[in-house]
Design a protein around this ligand. Sequence first.
Ligand SMILES: *[C@@H]1O[C@H](CO)[C@@H](O)[C@H](O)[C@H]1NC(C)=O
Ligand SMILES: *[C@@H]1O[C@H](CO)[C@@H](O)[C@H](O)[C@H]1NC(C)=O
Length: 216
Amino acid sequence: MKCVVLLLSLLSVGRSAPVSSCDTLINPITVNTDEILGKWMYVGGSSDLPGSRSLAFLLTSAWVNVTTTANSNVLNILQTQRINGDCSSMTYDVVFEDSTMLIKEPFYLKEVYLPTGCSDCILAHEEVISGNDTFTSLLLFSRKMSVSPDVVETLKKEAECLRMSSPIMMDPNNEICPDNLPPSEGLSILNSLLENKMAHRVARVLDVLFDVFVNW
Ligand SMILES: *[C@@H]1O[C@H](CO)[C@@H](O)[C@H](O)[C@H]1NC(C)=O
Ligand SMILES: *[C@@H]1O[C@H](CO)[C@@H](O)[C@H](O)[C@H]1NC(C)=O
C-alpha cells in the first residue's frame, strides 16, 4: 500500500514538475495575429508601474479590442476601462510581428506572451521603458469574464517566477463599459503618465499604502 502511494506521488510529481517549473512558465510562446485579434476581457495581473496597485482598486473592469489596419504588421488597440465608476476609452496602433508587440514612440513597449493553461486566454508580459525608467507588467486577458482557479494559480506562480508582486484579480461580476465610447488618442495619454515623475512619487506612496492597508 505504501509503495502504491509513493509511486502515485512520484508519478504526480513527475507530471506536475514541467508545468510548474519557472523555465517553462516564463518562456514566451508563439502567438499569431489571428489569435490575438478581437475582444479580450482583462481578468487580472501584476505591474510595477507606479500607481498600478492603487489603480487596481479603482479599476473595476477593462477590455480591449484588437483589430487589423491597412498595414499588415500594424494592429489597432481599442482599450476601454471603468475607473472609479467612469468609463473611458483610448486607441493606439502597435507593431505586431514574430509573436511580439512593440511600441517604439513616444515610449518603448515590448510585449511577449506566456503560457496560461487556458485555451481562450492570453497572458502578456510587458516591458515599458520611459526615459531611464523600466517597468514590467503581467496582464491576463480572456475571451470570457472569468477564468478557472487553476489559471489564477498559474498566473500567481508566473508572477513569483518573475519576482513580481502578487496579481490582483478583477471581480468578474463588475459591470463592463459599453462598446460605443468615443476613444481618445492613447499614446499621448500613456506617455504623459509615464513622464510625470511627481505623479510617480505620489503613486508609489499610494501603492505602498494600498498594499499595506487594502491588499494584505
Ligand atoms: C537618465 O540618467 C542619466 C544618467 O543618470 C541622466 O543624465 C539623464 O538626465 C537621465 N534622463 C532622464 C530622461 O531622466
Ligand atoms: C472590435 O472591432 C471590430 C472591427 O472594427 C468590430 O467589428 C467589433 O464590433 C469591435 N468589437 C467591440 C466590442 O468593440
